[in-house]
Design a protein around this ligand. Structure first.
Ligand code: AMP
Length: 414
């Protein structure tokens, strides 16, 4: 009975500290770039995701928390947030003009996934989306923001990889060349890839099967089939990134599987945890807003998983304790009342103080303080009250000083 739902976890303690640090850093950096936060509901009508993420994807087929509400409407606990943000932009008519909209979101997503390490059924994502700008400058600006965010968290081993998937108009020529290549060695590809090559050849490039990756040696490159405008866009983005000192590598197998993705696709890899692995992906999706019934609007964005990011940060930083305020320990009834009045004055001056309110004796209160990782205790007994001081105990060093009431906030800041 007393257990959380399978695949869903409680966040508290040091992990919560990491989540907060990541979220604070995100909000600070994104605000500097003019991005505003958007919070959409956790429940959306099922259509929002069926039409955007695609009927044939694993997310829609197998992983959605989808149910009928009490009014018999089919709803879904959002498995991702781009579609919901686009739905909101259309609903609130924010894309009627060509004004740019710069947005970010932070929140939980839900996927009924097979259980495995580091994957949850409720997990968290931070994402950023820009609507209304079709330029490589928009992408470079957004990528700089992303790197400032990740580097601001202390991640160092980051690598940006890039590709261009062209446009729905330029892709048929690539598909034709790719299918000819595939047909010549079809026996080497897995069953899934045989299905993918008919539906969407780009997804063969994405196959995780090693045999398929080997069979792909020498495959036609999507970048060799770009229309002139997409090629110029791709080249310009590379120039901008080089100017900004943001190193990147081209990855011709990097794709996004759906038709509304256009031009730039990217991934950021991290080797901060040893083996290199993808930290996040994103790209341009100029076709999605129209596909969902809105005005034709260019868009670019990405989403990163917070759970994994927090795990990397914890590993990079090593064992850490949750920072604690000072613990104010009053002794006796008179001191207990006075402690609250004093603390109120210190809080007003920005000091961080937790009050021991159990009426515990000093020995017990200090034992608790040590167990919970407090490093500073402020002891207030009748003697201290009379003199207008607290006995400030450094719990690590075991030393003690007298601090006048008025100097407590300044002393705690030191
Ligand atoms: P996706 O939307 O699948 O492209 O994933 C975007 C980000 O969300 C990635 O950084 C993933 O690490 C993260 N993510 C996706 N699914 C899960 C999950 N079940 N548990 C934890 N993180 C996830």
């Amino acid at each position: 009975m007393a257990q959380s739902v399978k695949g869903m976890r409680d966040l508290f303690g040091p992990v919560m500290g990491d989540f907060q640090h990541i979220e604070d850093t995100a909000r600070r950096v994104f605000a500097q770039h003019g991005y505003g936060e958007i919070r959409t509901p956790i429940l959306e009508y099922t259509e929002v995701f069926k039409r955007s993420v695609g009927d044939s994807s694993d997310i829609v087929n197998k992983e959605m928390y989808e149910f009928k509400d009490r009014g018999d409407r089919s709803v879904v606990m959002r498995p991702e947030n781009t579609a919901a943000v686009v739905r909101a932009m259309i609903e609130h008519k924010l894309l009627q003009t060509s004004d740019p909209q710069l947005l970010y979101y932070i929140g939980p997503m839900f996927r009924y996934e097979r259980m495995q390490a580091g994957r949850y059924r409720q997990f968290w994502q931070i994402g950023a989306e820009v609507f209304g700008s079709a330029t490589p400058e928009c992408e470079a600006e957004n990528l700089v923001m992303l790197f400032d965010f990740l580097q601001g968290l202390g991640l160092k081993q980051l690598k940006l990889t890039l590709n261009s998937v062209g446009t729905p108009e330029s892709r048929p020529a690539f598909y034709a060349a790719f299918r000819a290549f595939f047909d010549a060695r079809e026996a080497q590809f897995c069953g899934d890839c045989h299905r993918r090559v008919a539906e969407n050849p780009m997804r063969v490039l994405d196959c995780k099967n090693e045999g398929c990756q080997t069979a792909l040696q020498g495959h036609p490159l999507i970048t060799d089939f770009l229309d002139d405008a997409s090629r110029a866009h791709h080249e310009r983005l590379k120039v901008l990134l080089t100017n900004l000192g943001l190193p990147f590598e081209e990855n011709p197998r990097l794709v996004r599987g759906l038709d509304y993705y256009t031009r730039t696709a990217f991934e950021v890899l991290s080797s901060d945890l040893g083996a290199q692995s993808a930290l996040l992906g994103g790209g341009r999706y100029d076709g999605l807003v129209k596909h969902l019934g809105g005005p034709d609007t260019p868009a670019f964005g990405w989403a990163i998983g917070l759970d994994r990011l927090a795990m990397i940060l914890a590993a990079v930083r090593g064992e850490q304790s949750v920072p604690r305020p000072a613990l104010l320990i009053p002794m006796g009834e008179k001191a207990a009342a006075e402690a609250l009045r004093l603390a109120r004055g210190w809080w007003a001056q920005g000091a961080a103080v937790q009050v021991e309110t159990r009426g515990a004796n000093l020995k017990k209160a200090l034992q608790t303080a040590n167990r919970q990782g407090f490093t500073r205790a402020l002891i207030l007994g009748d003697g201290e009250l009379e003199q207008g001081v607290v006995a400030a105990k450094d719990l690590a060093a075991g030393t003690q000083e007298s601090w006048a009431f008025a100097e407590v906030p300044a002393r705690l800041k030191d």
